[in-house]
Design a protein around this ligand. Structure first.
Ligand code: ATP
Ligand code: MG
Length: 589
């Protein structure tokens, strides 16, 4: 329950709506409580009229009275309805506003958290928090709060009126109501538990379909369709079982309520009847009490329902708080340096991935001189991409330090750092957007000059491909648009990095999917762009790096050799072996 206190700041933010909503609840109930009084009045008058001997005389009077009471009754109903409308317009709307705020707060948090958070949490789980959990919390903020205020107000009003009329009858009538609250609570808890099972089953079902559709090519190529049709049938069967079980429990809900109202009504008629025969109360009071019992039914039933809503909301809010209270460890220092220039130095850097515990870099020291191009190569898994991750501060080093211009990288502004670096990641990711927007992605301007986009595309050697598409640079990429080839994607990703004309560039294995001729073309374009800028070129093929000022060879997280191509060949160690091997393979190809 404590977890829900987190939301108090929002309740305070919207306090006027909440307060106004409460006033509307009181107003609507005032009209509601008065209605049964009218009915009693009418009943008693008619009963009195039925007893009089001279009925002809009273005919006109009683008709007028009936019309008068009916008129007031309609008016009261109307007023009650108007205020009910306003109640929902204030309190339910307040809950929607808070839902909006909360979703934005969560999304902002998602954006600020570092990569290790995304490694630890599944995408489905992260998505669920912003959708499912927030909507459960909203049920607390809206309906739960509204029904609770309503119950208290109505209860106080109705009970006051009932007690004033007859204390004993009131007590008898009220006995079944708490039992109803309890039973409804029990049934709602079971319903909630079962809906959760249905939810889970549904999300398993959708993940299943989603994955199998994403992997449809592999699935068809391996002729596994039949197998997954069977598996899907099993999943839908589980879903069906969960739903049927929920439907069964749901079916109990109304009967429980009806049974207990029935009980209250019978008690009212029996005890009230005895008293009416005694002459302690009028028969109109019996009718009035029955109406009150009916009025109290839903609020009392809602106690049980609201309790389980609040429990669910509390569980959801606990999950939300878990990461709303998380702080990203990768942040700008206080008074950060915003000007980024100078040599980059790795000083005895070690890095262990928090998720896997793998030591990806092991006491590595080297310098990337300003304005030079450094090539990094080595076997797969030797830690090349890790260096790129550390340079962009997607992770922070575990041991040692990275210096830029002799100052620790953590002292710089994170935003300035990421603006200064143009990074082409190894795994290309393009957004479902136009080609042009994908290229200009990193520019903060809303409108980008076409020429800039065109030039970047030309430098990345993808311009000709793009203009060959029917819609050119406006072509949509992704699910609903064209699917690009692996090499085209890589080149778009390069264009996205170079359009920023950053001072530092990192190309992580970004030419692996292009043929050697295209590679040469891109490299010669890049060498013009990289002229005077600092660049890190990561690659498996030595041909990619051969022109670099310094080449570093890594093995198993350690730097084993560095120097220019000529120097390393002269050394006659690992690098020259690797080079010869690749030459031979190249000849054989
Ligand atoms: N996000 C991650 N979480 C946990 N471990 C990781 C992560 N990324 C990489 N690793 C591990 O760290 C080691 C170094 O990985 P890295 O990606 O730096 O290799 P690489 O040299 O870029 O390899 P490749 O040439 O295949 O791209 C590997 O053993 C890998 O399993
Ligand atoms: Mg890599």
């Amino acid at each position: 329950m404590k977890s829900l206190f987190y939301l108090n700041k929002y309740l305070i933010k919207y306090k006027w709506r909440l307060l106004l909503g409460s006033v509307f609840i009181i107003a609507s109930n005032l009209f509601g409580v008065y209605m049964p009084e009218l009915v009693r009045e009418a009943t008693d008058q008619i009963m009195g009229y039925a007893k009089t001997s001279d009925q002809n005389k009273g005919d006109n009077n009683i008709t007028n009275l009936a019309l008068y009471l009916a008129g007031i009754y309609v008016l009261l109903s109307f007023m009650k309805g108007v205020f009910l409308f306003f109640t929902r317009q204030t309190i339910i709307i307040m809950s929607r506003l808070i839902e909006y705020d909360l979703k934005n707060e969560i999304y902002n948090k998602y954006q600020s958290l570092d990569l290790s958070f995304y490694k630890k949490n599944k995408t489905g789980d992260i998505m669920n928090r912003i959708s499912e959990d927030v909507s459960r919390v909203r049920m607390y903020l809206g309906p739960a709060i509204m029904y609770t205020i309503n119950l208290v107000v109505l209860f106080v009003m109705v009970i006051t009126v009932m007690l004033r009329i007859n204390v004993e009858l009131t007590l008898y009538v009220l006995v079944p109501l708490p039992i109803m609250s309890f039973l409804v609570y029990k049934v709602s808890s079971v319903i909630n538990r079962k809906s959760e099972e249905v939810q889970k089953s549904q999300s398993r079902l959708s993940s299943f379909v989603q994955e199998k559709i994403s992997g449809i090519r592999v699935l068809k190529a391996y002729n596994r369709s039949k197998h997954f049709v069977d598996e899907f049938e099993e999943e839908t069967y589980n879903y069906q079982i969960a739903n049927l079980s929920l439907a069964k429990t749901n079916a109990f809900f109304m009967p429980v309520i009806i049974l207990l109202i029935g009980l209250s009504t019978i008690i009212t008629i029996y005890i009230g009847g005895l008293k009416a025969i005694d002459g302690t109360i009028t028969s109109g009071i019996i009718v009035q009490f029955i109406l009150y019992v009916n009025m109290l039914t839903w609020p009392f039933a809602s106690v049980g329902w609201v309790t389980s809503l609040v429990q669910r909301a509390a569980a959801s809010q606990t999950r939300l708080n878990e990461f709303l209270e998380l702080d990203s460890k990768i942040v700008s220092a206080e008074n950060p340096i915003t000007e980024i220039k100078g040599d980059i130095e790795f000083n005895n850097v070690s890095f262990k991935y928090p998720a896997s515990g793998i030591l990806a870099l092991d006491h590595v020291s080297f310098i990337i001189p300003e304005g030079k191009t450094v090539g990094i190569t080595g076997k797969t898994g030797c830690g090349k991409s890790t260096i790129a991750n550390l340079l962009c501060r997607l992770y922070d080093v575990t041991e040692g330090e990275i210096l830029i211009n002799g100052i620790n990288i953590k002292s710089y502004s994170l935003a300035a750092l990421r603006t200064a670096f143009g990074y082409v990641p190894q795994e290309v990711f393009l957004f479902s957007d136009s080609v042009a927007n994908n290229i200009s992605f990193g520019l903060k301007k809303s409108t980008v000059e076409e020429d800039l986009v065109f030039q970047a595309a030309k430098d990345a050697d993808v311009y000709d491909n793009i203009v060959a598409f029917e819609n050119g640079f406006e072509t949509q990429i992704g699910e609903k648009g064209v699917t690009l080839s692996g090499g085209q994607k890589q080149r778009l990703s390069i264009a996205r990095a170079i359009i920023k004309s950053p001072d530092y560039m990192i190309f992580d294995d970004c030419l692996s999917a292009v043929d050697t001729q295209t590679e040469e073309e891109i490299l010669s374009n890049l060498s013009k762009i990289m002229d005077g800028k600092t660049a890190v070129l990561i690659g498996h093929r030595i041909s990619t790096l051969i022109e670099a000022d310094i080449i570093m060879l890594f093995d198993n997280g350690k730097l084993v050799e560095q120097g220019s191509h000529e120097e390393l060949i002269k050394n006659g160690a690992f690098y020259s072996e690797l080079y010869l091997k690749q030459l031979v393979e190249g000849v054989n190809n």
